[in-house]
Design a protein around this ligand. Structure first.
Ligand code: NAP
Length: 259
């Protein structure tokens, strides 16, 4: 299996390394900045380029891992190349429709690894769900095959389901991480060691592996401890921008446990 990677950002970087490690040939790596393409290409014995018109027809699969807003633009550029017309293209986005590719290619799909990726952080790829789909059956089979090489969990997920999953992913990952950050803003401002909160943050996440988040909720909002909530809000006058968020989340928790 020969794969060309369009994009060498967080996802391109991890996906490229994993596919290569699992025995696939990575033919070309594109990134807008040649340095990024070169860095990854060197690790996975591929040819780097910063020019979309240089992407050739030698791969079986073209994975597009560029930022959501430019998937259509990149597909349009690649679609101009007649040698790519009958090739299979799949983007890696959780939010973008596969229809972005439909205008330019007959064979198209999605290959979305449901995880948060940063170049500076290693990931355990075997546990990452690969949400894939393609218009044609033989292309779904191909994406299933590639997915199964790099992960234990590959699932066919429609555009509609993926868009919904992405909303839930933003809630559980982006929002909870942002709350961790706000907690750090408070401890840093007060010169209290943020590390003291780390076991709590880890336990918050670890316990939902075996229990439902609903059952695991604790805290003043869950218990309806009004005095404590008032005390917190009084303290947060020091951080007025957090008051609304604290109030909103408190109400959301109280609403969830209202009988
Ligand atoms: N990061 C995640 O946690 C994650 C998880 C699952 C799926 N995804 C999806 O995977 C895709 C890539 O995400 P990412 O986090 O890897 O993004 P990223 O780190 O920002 O990398 C994006 C890639 O797109 C290129 N790019 C940016 N603007 C461009 C433009 N105007 N024209 C051409 N290329 C451009 C970048 O090139 P240069 O950097 O060389 O300029 C880079 O190669 C997105 O669709 C995202 O939704 C992300």
């Amino acid at each position: 299996m020969t794969i060309t990677l369009i994009g060498a950002g967080n996802v391109g970087y991890h996906l490229g390394k994993r596919l290569y490690k699992k025995g696939m040939t990575i033919h070309q790596v594109y990134s807008r900045q040649i340095g990024n393409a070169q860095l990854l290409a060197k690790k996975i014995k591929a040819k780097p380029t910063d020019d979309l018109s240089k992407i050739d027809g030698q791969a079986d699969l073209y994975l597009i891992a560029v930022k959501d807003d430019v998937i259509a633009l990149v597909a349009e550029e690649l679609g101009k190349n007649s040698v790519l017309k009958n090739k299979l293209f799949a983007h890696t986005s959780g939010a973008a429709s596969s229809q972005l590719l439909a205008r330019h290619f007959k064979r198209y799909g999605v290959f979305y690894p449901l995880q948060s990726f940063s170049k500076t952080r290693e990931v355990k790829f075997s546990t990452i769900p690969i949400c894939m789909d393609a218009r044609k059956k033989k292309d779904r089979q191909l994406l299933q095959l590639v997915g199964a090489k790099i992960s234990k969990k590959v699932a066919r997920i429609s555009d509609k389901e993926r868009a919904i999953l992405h909303v839930a992913a933003v809630m559980v990952n982006n929002f909870s991480n942002h709350l961790f950050y706000l907690g750090q803003q408070i401890t840093d401002a007060e010169q209290i060691d943020f590390d003291l909160l780390k076991p709590l943050m880890l336990e918050t996440v670890l316990k939902i592996d075996q229990h439902s988040p609903y059952d695991m909720q604790t805290g003043p909002a869950r218990r309806n401890d009004e005095k404590t909530i008032k005390k917190h809000l009084a303290y947060l006058q020091k951080f007025p921008e957090y008051v609304q968020l604290y109030t909103l989340l408190t109400k959301s928790i109280q609403h969830a446990y209202r009988r």
